[in-house]
Design a protein around this ligand. Structure first.
Ligand code: HEM
Length: 172
């Protein structure tokens, strides 16, 4: 069977876990905790660390895609859906990069590094900064794209029965 390269497979599933974890952490944990809460600081430190790792791994994935062998795209019988299947993962990559970049931008404006090093307190709220809004909107857009991404994969697997998931797993 034609499969993706093991490095491509590893990066895909690792990034899936990290990005979904970050979205859950942001939308639930971080959003729910006021900046005055002492526990907020280590959660923000973890969020920044994983966010930067996501940025590096996503760029690495895009670069490696040019060099690693990959099987051809699976058709659906619809030219529109086939185009969507090519374009959507690219948009997802771009939005994830913008998400991490807007987080870094927010961190810079709000003095996150100073707060994490103990040199200054966190601002009362992050909502006073423009990139906070950009970060939240991108997060919601990424969730919407991920829903369609999963639905598309399930359509291949269940309706078309073309073993899409096996192509994106390890094996000969
Ligand atoms: C792709 C990587 C990232 C994802 C998926 C992500 C996800 C999120 C989400 C979903 C939120 C909550 C947004 C909302 O209100 O709806 C959030 C908040 C936040 N993120 Fe990120 N983030 C990422 C990277 C980063 C990075 C690299 C930094 C900093 C260097 C960062 C700093 C923050 C801060 C400061 C908040 C605000 C927390 C608050 O208002 O209490 N993020 N993030």
């Amino acid at each position: 069977m034609d499969r993706y390269h093991p490095i491509t497979v590893t990066l895909h599933w690792l990034l899936a876990v990290l990005v979904i974890g970050m979205l859950v952490m942001g939308k639930t944990g971080l959003n729910a905790l006021p900046n005055s809460e002492p526990d907020k600081l280590w959660l923000l430190g973890l969020h920044r660390l994983v966010g930067i790792a996501v940025l590096v791994l996503t760029v690495l994935r895009i670069v490696l895609r040019r060099f690693l062998p990959a099987p051809g795209h699976l058709g659906t019988g619809s030219r529109f859906l086939d185009k969507l299947g090519v374009v959507m993962p690219r948009i997802l990559n771009i939005f994830v990069i913008l998400m991490a970049a807007s987080g870094i931008w927010l961190g810079q404006q709000a003095g996150l590094s100073e707060a994490l090093s103990g040199a200054a307190p966190l601002p009362e709220t992050f909502y006073a900064y423009t990139p906070r809004m950009v970060h939240a909107i991108l997060g919601t857009l990424i969730i919407a794209i991920l829903v369609f991404h999963v639905l598309g994969a399930l359509y291949h697997q269940i309706m078309l029965q073309d073993r899409l998931f096996s192509r994106l797993w390890f094996g000969k």
